[in-house]
Design a protein around this ligand. Structure first.
Ligand SMILES: C[S@@+](CC[C@H](N)C(=O)[O-])C[C@H]1O[C@@H](n2cnc3c(N)ncnc32)[C@H](O)[C@@H]1O
Length: 235
């Protein structure tokens, strides 16, 4: 693959940045993906700033606007690989304890416990629960979970939404009072109802489309701040 990429690389402006994928050996969609990666300013910035992926900038924007990572001690990161959200959390709170789970292996990061498992399975959930600290409640549950796509937009959206719903249940069962829940969603028509449900048990619920989120993606982020406990709102 590396040789293929080298072959198709065209160098511009005297630097070694690859800006166009031209190989005939690539499928149209692979070529489009690579071209997008080569020319994406957030991909370049992530490399320059040492983040494992461009996803870091989405969480940085969420933090800048909503301060969900101020004063956190324990964070659960669902869909954590390759680990850039964890890097962001650590850059803000170096001594934070992070428990992350992903289907994929996540390269180690000091201070993080990475579990390779399916969050939607009983076994995955049991493993996650077993690694939660016994004496400290969770300050933030964040989910960037995205189901592997099958190429059917509606089905893909619904599969990710199923993961989002599970993440919300996990957050409601495990967050400390005052904790926050951050999740990626794909707009599918049900996001308002989902937010209304969360509004019953969080102080504030916001939607955000970070500027680092691709314009042509239906991805948005929901930020639920200040967990109140179940059915506590309107006391
Ligand atoms: C967009 S990536 C996360 C990027 C990450 N936030 C970061 O900053 O590096 C979404 C991740 O969700 C994971 N994922 C999808 N379904 C999952 C599941 N059922 N259990 C655990 N992880 C899952 C994928 O493997 C993928 O790594």
């Amino acid at each position: 693959m590396a040789r293929l990429v080298q072959k198709m690389a065209k160098k511009e402006r005297g630097d070694d940045r690859v800006t166009k994928a031209t190989s005939k050996h690539l499928s149209k969609s692979s070529r489009a993906y690579l071209n997008r990666q080569f020319n994406d300013p957030y991909v370049l910035r992530a490399k320059e700033e040492g983040y494992r992926s461009r996803a870091a900038f989405k969480l940085l924007e969420i933090q800048e606007k909503y301060h969900v990572l101020d004063d956190v001690d324990v964070v659960v990161d669902l869909g954590c690989a390759p680990g850039s959200w964890c890097q962001v959390v650590q850059s803000i709170r170096p001594k934070v304890k992070i428990i992350g789970m992903d289907l994929l292996e996540t390269d180690p990061l000091e201070g993080c416990v990475f579990l390779q498992n399916d969050f939607s399975s009983d076994e995955g959930l049991d493993e996650l629960m077993a690694h939660l600290p016994k004496d400290t409640a969770i300050d933030v549950v964040m989910s960037d979970l995205a189901a592997n796509t099958m190429g059917h937009r509606e089905t893909d959206g619904l599969r990710t939404q199923a993961l989002v719903e599970l993440a919300a249940i996990f957050a409601r069962e495990n967050l400390k009072i005052g904790g926050h829940f951050v999740t990626k969603m794909f707009m599918h028509g049900g996001e308002k109802a989902f937010a209304l449900d969360l509004q019953k048990v969080f102080e504030k619920v916001h939607f955000l489309k970070p500027s680092s989120s691709r314009k042509d993606s239906r991805e948005i982020f929901l930020v639920a701040k200040g967990y109140l406990g179940e059915a506590k709102k309107g006391r």
